[in-house]
Design a binder for this molecule. Structure first.
Ligand code: ADP
Length: 608
């Protein structure tokens, strides 16, 4: 039986098959350098096997000499590829050692072609047949060359390089890889080299069979690579499953998912996202099309978000979408930016959800809050109507008596026109005064839109004091104002802020109703607190608030007054919160309570 031919052909074809498989893998995925290196080393081993077969079947010295010389190029290929494989796949091995192995090996390859007959022998004297694997094969007789040591030195360097790489892979924690790959390369390289030395230096009379040892190394490499592929397939399946689960979860949570490529500006989006923005399932998407769907009022904000994304920042935003049907939808969107190795944004991944229902409910709730605020204002002004009527009565009385005086003057024959002019001027003044009171009242009673404007808190305090003046006088309350001479404006609705001031002042006055006439005093202060907010406070010397109820007084329907609705303070707190401020109460150490609120300074306005 021709066993040697059978075995060596099998080794050659097995290596070639493995080599081609990995060549295909590399052609499909050009970054898979490990596969390319595997292809080179397996092809080299296959060529080695064929060359060895040629040597064993050589019939003449000349044929054997050529065969042994041509053993070196595939051996060189295999060593180069294996060094590369260790560097690329195991991500280990000292660079200088790698270059040393390749350099020495290259020198031995060159020497092999310079020297006669080759690197291994200085003289080949004959051939003889030996029994090998039950077959008869040719073995050389000759004088080994000293230059062969160069080749053997390259093997020693190679083994050191791999051992060093295996140690660092082991230390890195990848013990299995260090053992299977590093261990098998070292083991077979040592055994193969010893065998080669023994045969080449004629210690044993056997043919060269390096390809069998390389084949063992190739098999361990193939095992490692297929282990990786199996793991990649498993990871791929897991990823697909988790993607599917994520899609289901997103669908169940009514979330639209989208991905935007920042270089092409193309958008991939789930079906739900498309329907949220009024796109059909197959329509190609891009940023311009998306911008057209955004409500014109929200486009600037949206563009600002887009600019932030270009800087690599994630975002969270809410905007309106104007659907082709004319329907307006509110969308909440959250995006995360993916950066490349150089930190440049390449993709945005995002989630969007339709929050129209929530927004409508929020707007309705806000509307109701303002209506309640208005109602409570009207109720409060109703309480003031007595003193208002009194305030109005004074100018009206003055107008009446002036008009009567004018009538009397007119009854005379020689009418003193100067006197009549003075009387008329007085009538106009008084009328203006009455008109002003009515104007102020109308403003407060008006159920208008909440208007944001710069408000001077000191001015608002003065105006409210004018309005409530009569009521305070009736109740025997005296007021002291300590208004900050320079106070920045705040941003807000003037009428609502006056409502708060009015409410706090009326409560302070109510709290002192049991005090003696000399002890009914209110101190009103405005000041700039910590440079960022305006603080208003009103202190009275009334009954104070039950210490356990300092928070409860702000709850709706909390009242200790017989006729009280208990809505005033809760409405005040809603108003102040809507203005990004805080309202709270404390008891004064010497009796009475202080109610204070802070409002953020209007950053765009200069101090007044
Ligand atoms: P109402 O005035 O209709 O009772 P408010 O919400 O304005 O409703 O006030 C709730 C409660 O807070 C009052 O009934 C009173 O017990 C307490 N309160 C408010 N201001 C003062 C104050 N300056 N001193 C003592 N208690 C106060």
């Amino acid at each position: 039986m021709n066993w040697v031919t059978i075995i060596w052909s099998m080794v050659a074809s097995a290596c070639l098959t493995l080599a081609l498989t990995h060549l295909l893998i590399w052609l499909k995925r050009r970054q898979a350098w490990a596969s390319l290196l595997f292809f080179v080393s397996a092809t080299g081993t296959s060529l080695l096997a064929l060359d060895e077969l040629w040597m064993m079947r050589s019939q003449s010295i000349a044929e054997y000499t050529s065969a042994i010389r041509w053993l070196h190029p595939p051996a060189f290929l295999v060593i180069v590829a294996l060094v590369g494989f260790v560097r690329v796949y195991m991500r280990a091995g000292r660079r200088w050692l790698a270059w040393a192995v390749l350099g020495v090996r290259a020198v031995s390859l060159v020497l092999n072609f310079i020297l006669t007959p080759n690197l291994n022998y200085s003289r080949i004297t004959g051939l003889h047949q030996v029994q090998f694997f039950g077959d008869s094969v040719s073995v050389v007789e000759g004088v080994p060359s000293r230059w062969m040591l160069v080749g053997q030195f390259s093997f020693i360097l190679w083994i050191i390089f791999v051992a060093d790489a295996a140690v660092s892979v082991w230390r890195r924690g990848e013990r299995r890889r260090a053992l299977t790959l590093g261990g098998s390369i070292i083991f077979f390289a040592i055994v193969g080299s010893v065998y080669a030395v023994l045969t080449l230096w004629k210690v044993i009379d056997y043919p060269v069979m390096a390809s069998l040892f390389y084949m063992a190394i190739i098999l361990s490499m193939a095992y490692e690579l297929s282990y990786d592929s199996a793991r990649a397939i498993k990871m791929g399946q897991d990823l697909e499953e988790s993607e599917h689960r994520m899609e289901l979860a997103a669908e169940a949570a009514h979330l639209g998912v989208w991905v935007r490529d920042l270089t092409s500006n193309e958008i991939w989006a789930s079906d739900r996202w498309r329907s949220m923005f009024g796109f059909s399932k197959s329509e190609p998407l891009n940023l311009n099309l998306l911008l057209q769907q955004i409500h014109p009022h929200d486009r600037d904000t949206f563009r600002q978000v887009l600019a932030e994304v270009q800087e690599g920042k994630g975002y969270e935003t809410e905007y309106r979408v104007l659907l082709p049907s004319g329907k307006v939808c509110w969308i909440a969107s959250r995006g995360q930016v993916e950066l490349n190795d150089r930190g440049k944004p390449v993709r945005v991944l995002g989630l969007s959800i339709d929050i129209t229902q929530r927004k409508v409910a929020e707007l309705e709730a806000q509307q109701q809050r303002w209506e309640l605020a208005h109602l409570s204002r009207v109720t409060m002004l109703g309480e003031l109507s007595g003193s208002m009527a009194h305030e109005l009565n004074q100018p009206l009385m003055a107008i009446l008596s002036n008009a009567q005086a004018a009538q009397r003057f007119m009854a005379h024959e020689d009418v003193d026109l100067d006197e009549v002019r003075d009387i008329l001027a007085d009538i106009v003044d008084q009328d203006n005064r009455a008109g002003e009171i009515i104007h102020r009242l109308r403003l407060l009673l008006k159920k208008g839109e909440v208007q944001q404007q710069p408000v001077d808190v000191n001015d608002a305090v003065r105006e409210v004091l004018r309005l409530i003046h009569g009521d305070l006088v009736n109740q025997g309350v005296t007021t002291h104002t300590e208004l900050a001479p320079v106070l920045p404006t705040v941003n807000g609705d003037r009428v609502q802020l006056q409502q708060v001031l009015l409410n706090l002042l009326m409560n302070a006055s109510d709290a002192m109703s049991q005090n003696g006439p000399a002890n009914r005093q209110i101190v009103i202060r405005t000041e700039l607190a910590d440079g960022l907010s305006v603080r208003f406070s009103v202190s009275d010397c009334g009954i104070g608030v039950d210490p356990g109820k300092l928070e409860e007084v702000f709850e709706p329907f909390f009242s200790t007054k017989a006729q009280g609705l208990g809505l005033g303070l809760s409405v005040c707190r809603t108003i102040i919160s809507a203005h990004a401020g805080k309202l709270w109460a404390i008891n004064n150490p010497d009796g009475g309570a202080t109610f204070s609120f802070t409002l953020p300074v209007n950053s765009e306005a200069a101090p007044s």
